[in-house]
Design a protein around this ligand. Structure first.
Ligand code: ADP
Ligand code: MG
Length: 267
């Protein structure tokens, strides 16, 4: 990977640029170095699978990229913005507007309907009333769940809950989707469904960073980055950044999503 500075032209700016990032956790007297000088550049439109053994630093990396945590040392630019210059409030705005999160355990609000869960990031973002409802509906439609709007998480399968979580992640039309082992709790059929959705999202221009243990899941990405002991030990590109994702299939489900993306990016 080149260490040179990136071109400043916004169109060519990497979405993610980490330089020699160190993350140290302190547990009483004990220092844990979760990241040890890691550098990573991710271009717009890329689909990156992050692999590595448990404890290698994958979630720490994801939390830093997602502005949920900050580096102890080193630098991090997100969309050309030096994240170190942002205060808590600005970080929260960046998280809400630019990033969609998908977690292994779905992290839906219990006893709250699918539609209300998906409306939540819009509510935080100040989107109100009919517009909010319409966008949440469109996002749920795009993941094939228009018939589950009023179901609460406990009334849905794991695969359905993860699709609600994906709808929630994309309803704000973020440029970056971060997924930490999104298929970790799912059976094979639901895992494939989730990966199909992520492939379609990438094909509509979103950058995706996906953490996974499984080679079969990583094979949906364009590039595989492997971590060991808080550093990158392997970085392999399988598919060009501007090419369609390798396992994209035609299929139902994202027509409305593409429309939603176009509408909300112009609003
Ligand atoms: P992975 O997601 O690859 O399993 P993590 O990023 O969760 O790895 O953890 C990397 C290392 O940092 C591990 O040794 C872990 O125990 C440690 N670690 C992670 N989060 C914390 C924390 N909040 N406090 C202390 N140590 C942590
Ligand atoms: Mg982890």
């Amino acid at each position: 990977m080149s260490e040179s500075t990136h071109p400043v032209s916004p169109a060519k700016r990497p979405v993610i640029e980490l330089r020699r990032v160190v993350k140290t956790y302190y547990m009483g007297e004990v220092e844990v170095n979760a990241l040890r000088g890691l550098s990573l550049v991710v271009e717009r439109g890329d689909f990156v699978a992050v692999m590595g053994a448990s404890g290698s630093g994958k979630s720490t990396l994801m939390n830093i990229i997602g502005c949920l945590d900050v580096p102890s040392r080193g630098s991090f630019w997100l969309d050309g913005v030096d994240v170190r210059t942002l205060d808590e409030e600005s970080l929260a705005i960046v998280r809400n507007r630019k990033i969609g999160f998908v977690f292994q355990s779905y992290n839906l609000i219990p006893r709250t309907t699918a539609i209300a869960n998906v409306e939540l990031p819009l509510a935080y973002g100040g989107v109100k009333g009919r517009d909010r409802r319409a966008r949440a509906l469109s996002a749920l439609e795009s993941v094939g769940l228009s018939d589950r709007l009023e179901h609460v998480p406990s009334e849905m399968s794991g695969g359905q809950q993860q699709r609600v979580a994906i709808a929630r992640a994309i309803v704000t039309n973020p440029s970056l989707v971060l997924a930490d082992e999104p298929t970790g709790n799912l059976d094979t059929a639901s895992s494939l469904e989730v990966m199909r959705l992520l492939s379609r999202l990438n094909a509509t221009g979103r950058t995706i960073v996906l953490i996974t243990h499984e080679a079969d899941i990583a094979s949906f990405a364009k590039r595989t980055v492997r971590l060991r002991d808080g550093n990158i030990i392997e970085d392999e590109r399988h598919t060009a950044v501007d090419a369609p994702p390798p396992r994209l299939e035609p299929g139902p489900g994202l027509g409305p999503l593409i429309g939603a993306a176009v509408r909300s990016s112009t609003s």
